[in-house]
Design a protein around this ligand. Structure first.
Ligand SMILES: Cc1cc2nc3c(=O)[nH]c(=O)nc-3n(C[C@H](O)[C@H](O)[C@H](O)COP(=O)(O)OP(=O)(O)OC[C@H]3O[C@@H](n4cnc5c(N)ncnc54)[C@H](O)[C@@H]3O)c2cc1C
Length: 373
């Protein structure tokens, strides 16, 4: 087979949200970019399909314009369970519910608009110094970026730490043809699973179930949530169930030589945080900034800063997921003290630092967790 050779500043392995966002951010700084992905757009993936406000703002910075039929704004997060409802509106801005395929198409279109050369249906088979080998091409480049998801081959080829996954869970997603009944992302807490409900268009709602069981599908899990079944009211399910692994995986080193990792390839957080895409977009900006300044070490530092807080939030949510008594008390405390939920959420979405949650509020929450009946 004839191998064409392409030359570029940066070659990105993986054209998912992280790879495309990085490509766009690099073009915005004047570097030439090739992105290679083994699949074709629109690439689907099991996802809660909620972009937190920071991720929605990053999309706007990348110049990705979305119309009202493509995405639905939501104004906060609601925890529902144990007979309680805790509501946390965002302090500023709004999140966006968007079908994964719609998001991917919008990013892919913007990437080609700004001059990213996208090679679809192109599997990367290996990398060498300044070189990426595809089925039918060879790409010569200065920098190689691994944006090839959780089981990153680039991470393996370059010998970067796999990062032991701390907790592995499983998510299954389906869409229903029903007008959204909420302008929040609702997280329904059950005894062994959670169902996240995200409005994704004026007449479509996404439901994803997450649990520690690879067998638990949405239709089985829904039996635990009669209120949700009532709201769905027999609405037609319009997509087949699609599964993915949700892992909290912390990776200490994300760069080596002229190679860097971004998105899930560089570590991931539990899907309940709703932060995977937001992290990928922030990392994309930081990585482009570092490459434009010819200084990858900057990216390593920024990556640690970007990931730290969502990793901690993953641990907290996973404790709630694992221990029924803690879940019960936490939901009760957050429902009784809505301002604390609001402040915790504000810290989570980066509106202010965790210290600004306030020692008084932390003490009050701790008291309720320890002593509420
Ligand atoms: C159940 C679940 C729910 C979630 N819900 C949310 C949510 O509501 N909000 C949120 O922000 N995040 C959510 N996430 C996280 C989010 O989906 C991920 O963080 C995001 O997909 C990461 O994007 P990525 O581009 O890094 O990886 P991916 O989306 O996995 O893309 C990797 C790409 O690399 C390509 N690739 C792999 N190997 C090769 C190769 N050798 N050659 C060429 N191409 C290759 C693949 O085809 C793929 O397109 C959720 C995750 C799960 C599992």
């Amino acid at each position: 087979m004839r191998h064409d050779t392409l030359k570029t500043d940066v070659c990105i392995v993986g054209g998912g949200p992280a790879g495309l966002a990085t490509g766009i951010a690099l073009r915005q700084r004047g570097l030439s970019v090739v992105v290679a992905d083994l699949a074709h757009p629109p690439i689907d993936k099991a996802c809660g399909e909620g972009l937190m406000p920071r991720a929605a703002a990053a999309l706007r910075d990348f110049g990705v314009a979305l119309g009202p039929s493509q995405a639905v704004p939501f104004r906060g997060i609601r925890f529902i369970g144990e007979g309680k409802v805790a509501e946390g509106p965002f302090p500023h801005g709004y999140g966006l519910g968007i079908r994964r395929t719609t998001l991917h198409l919008a990013l892919a279109e913007r990437a080609s608009e700004v001059g990213v050369q996208c090679l679809w249906g192109a599997r990367v088979k290996g990398i060498g110094p300044g070189e990426v080998c595809l089925d039918s091409h060879q790409v010569r480049c200065r920098w190689i970026i691994g944006a090839d998801g959780q089981n990153s081959q680039v991470r393996k080829w370059v010998g970067l730490d796999r990062g032991r996954p701390q907790v592995i869970r499983f998510g299954f997603r389906q869409h229903f043809r029903v007008e959204p009944w909420t302008d929040f992302v609702d997280v329904h807490w059950g005894s062994n699973c959670q169902i996240v409900v995200t409005p994704v268009s004026p007449n479509e709602t996404c439901l994803v179930v997450t649990s520690r069981s690879p067998q638990l599908r949405l239709n089985e899990a829904l039996k635990q949530f009669p209120e949700l079944l009532r709201l769905l009211a027999g609405s037609p399910c319009i997509t087949r169930d699609l599964g993915a692994v949700s892992a909290l995986r912390v990776i200490r080193r994300v760069c080596r030589g002229c190679i860097a990792l971004v998105g899930d390839a560089s570590g991931s957080v539990d899907s309940l945080t709703g932060e995977g895409l937001g992290l990928a977009f922030q990392q994309a900006g930081a990585l482009a900034e570092a490459l434009a300044k010819d200084d990858l070490a900057r990216y390593a530092v920024a990556h640690r800063r970007i990931n730290r807080q969502p990793e901690v939030m993953s641990q907290v949510l996973l404790l709630m997921e694992k221990h029924g008594w803690l879940r019960c008390r936490a939901l009760d405390a957050l429902a009784r003290e809505p301002h604390i939920f609001e402040r915790l959420l504000s810290a989570h979405v980066g509106a202010f630092s965790p210290l600004e949650v306030g020692f008084g509020n932390i003490f009050k929450l701790g008291w309720r967790l320890a002593f509420s009946a």
